[in-house]
Design a protein. Structure first.
Length: 401
C-alpha cells in the first residue's frame, strides 16, 4: 500500500503536542496525514527526507528506540489510546487503538529527534479535531469561558436559553486541556507500559512540548468579532501564554522548552485571496507573539509552518476550483434554460478532459486527501512540519547550553 506515492491525510486540528524524554522523552504535535511513497521519487524531498523515512524494501522505517502513546478519538464517541514503536500509523485513526496508514508531524519529528538523542524517546501525543484554545483547551488560570455581548445577542436571536448556553460553555471550558494533562500524568506514572525495558532508576526528563492548532480559533467570529483588524487576536496570544505557564506548572516542568507551531494553511500570506490575508496574517502574528515575551526568551520558539505548504499542489487546487466553478456555472445555465445542453456540451467535455489530465488529477490523487484548511491532507507537508518542529526544539536546547 505504500507503493503509490499517495499522500492522504486526515487532519486533527486541536492537537497539543507534548514531547518528552526518557533521558530524552518526547511528544510531537498531532495531526495526521497519511501517505504513500514512490510517486514522489526523483525530487529533492524524495532524495532527502523521504529517503530517511523509507526502509529500502518499499515500506516506512520504524524509528529505533522511539515510542508513542497516542490519545485520540476515532469515528465514534469513545476516546482511546494507541501505543507502540514510532512508525507510520499514528496519524488520524478510525479506531484509536488500531494503527492507520496515516502520519502526522510526530513521525519526522521523531526521526529528527532520534539523531540528537542517545537514550530512549517517548512521544506522548494527544490529538482531536475541531478544538479551540478559547474553550476546549482553555488553560485553568484563564477561568471558564464567558460569553461576550455579541454572542449573547446571537443566542437571544436564536431563541435559546442564555443561562443554559452560558453554563454549557463554562462546562466545556478546558475539558481537553484536562484530558491532555491527565493522559500525560497517567503515562508518566508507568513509562514501562509504553517503553519496553524502561529503568525507573534512570528516570526521565520532560524535554519539550509542541503546540500545533489554530483553525477553530481563527475562524470564530463570535469569540473574535473584529478578526483581521490589528490586535483582533490578542486574546489568543494571552491565552496561549497562560497555556504555556499552566502546562509547565501542572507537569512540574517550569523550564520545559515549548514549540509553537504557527498555523500555515495556504502558505505565504500573499498566496491567499486579499479578503483573507488580514485574518490569516493577524492570527499568525498572535500565535507567534508569546515567543517574544521576556519571560519566555530562550525557552519558547515560534515555528512558521507556511514554508512547508506545497505550492505545486496549491496551484493544482486553484486550477481544479476554477474548472469546477465554470462547470457548475454551465450546468446551472442549462438547468435554468439559459443555454441548451448541446451548446454547453463541448465546453463541459473540454473541462472534463482538463480535470482528468495527469498534471491535475494525477497529482491530486497521489498528493491530496482533504481540503486546504487541512493542509490538503498532504503527507509531504506534514513530514516537513514535523522536521521543522524538531529543529526548533533542538535550537532551544542549543541556546540553553
Amino acid at each position: 500500500m505504500f507503493m503509490e506515492a499517495r499522500e492522504r491525510m486526515a487532519w486533527d486540528f486541536a492537537t497539543p503536542v507534548l514531547f518528552r524524554q526518557l533521558p530524552c522523552l518526547s511528544q510531537a504535535a498531532g495531526c495526521s496525514p497519511v501517505w504513500l511513497q514512490e510517486r514522489l521519487a526523483g525530487g529533492v524531498f524524495a532524495a532527502g527526507l523521504l529517503a530517511e523515512m523509507t526502509d529500502g524494501d518499499g515500506g516506512f522505517r520504524t524509528v529505533a528506540n522511539t515510542w508513542v502513546s497516542y490519545l485520540t478519538q476515532g469515528r465514534g464517541p469513545e476516546m482511546g489510546e494507541g501505543t507502540g514503536p514510532l512508525t507510520v500509523g499514528f496519524g488520524s485513526r478510525t479506531d484509536p487503538a488500531e494503527a492507520s496508514d496515516t502520519i502526522g508531524p510526530e513521525y519526522t519529528f521523531g526521526l529528527r529527534m532520534r539523531e540528537a538523542v542517545d537514550g530512549p524517546i517517548l512521544i506522548i501525543k494527544t490529538a482531536w479535531g475541531g478544538k479551540s484554545l478559547h474553550t476546549d483547551f482553555r488553560p485553568p488560570s484563564a477561568g471558564p469561558y464567558e460569553l461576550n455581548e455579541q454572542e449573547q445577542e446571537a443566542i437571544a436571536k436564536r431563541g435559546l436559553d442564555l443561562d443554559e448556553e452560558a453554563a454549557a460553555r463554562r462546562e466545556r471550558s478546558g475539558a481537553f486541556y484536562r484530558l491532555m494533562v491527565e493522559h500525560v500524568e497517567e503515562v508518566l506514572a508507568d513509562p514501562a507500559r509504553v517503553v519496553p525495558g524502561y529503568d525507573p532508576q534512570q528516570g526521565y526528563e520532560l524535554a519539550g512540548f509542541v503546540w500545533f492548532q489554530g483553525w477553530n480559533d481563527m475562524v470564530d467570529g463570535g469569540v473574535y468579532p473584529d478578526r483581521g483588524t490589528p490586535g483582533s487576536y490578542d486574546a489568543y496570544s494571552d491565552l496561549l501564554a497562560t497555556f504555556i505557564r499552566d502546562v509547565r506548572r501542572d507537569l512540574e516542568a517550569p523550564e520545559m522548552p515549548f514549540v509553537i507551531g504557527v498555523m500555515g494553511t495556504n502558505g505565504p500570506i500573499e498566496n491567499l485571496e486579499p479578503r483573507y490575508q488580514p485574518i490569516h496574517g493577524e492570527f499568525r502574528r498572535a500565535m507567534a507573539a508569546p515567543a517574544k515575551l521576556p519571560e519566555f526568551q530562550g525557552s519558547v520558539i515560534a515555528v512558521q509552518t507556511a514554508p512547508c505548504w506545497d505550492m505545486r499542489l496549491d496551484a493544482v487546487a486553484k486550477k481544479r476550483d476554477a474548472l469546477n466553478g465554470r462547470k457548475r456555472q454551465l450546468e446551472q445555465a442549462v438547468n435554468k434554460g439559459e443555454i441548451s445542453q448541446d451548446d454547453a456540451a463541448a465546453e463541459l467535455a473540454e473541462i472534463a478532459t482538463e480535470l482528468a489530465a495527469p498534471e491535475i488529477q494525477g497529482l491530486w490523487d497521489r498528493a491530496a486527501s482533504n481540503a486546504a484548511y487541512h493542509y490538503f491532507g498532504c503527507g509531504k507537508t506534514m513530514a516537513l512540519i514535523g522536521q521543522a518542529f524538531a529543529e526548533g526544539l533542538q535550537s532551544i536546547s542549543r541556546d540553553a547550553r
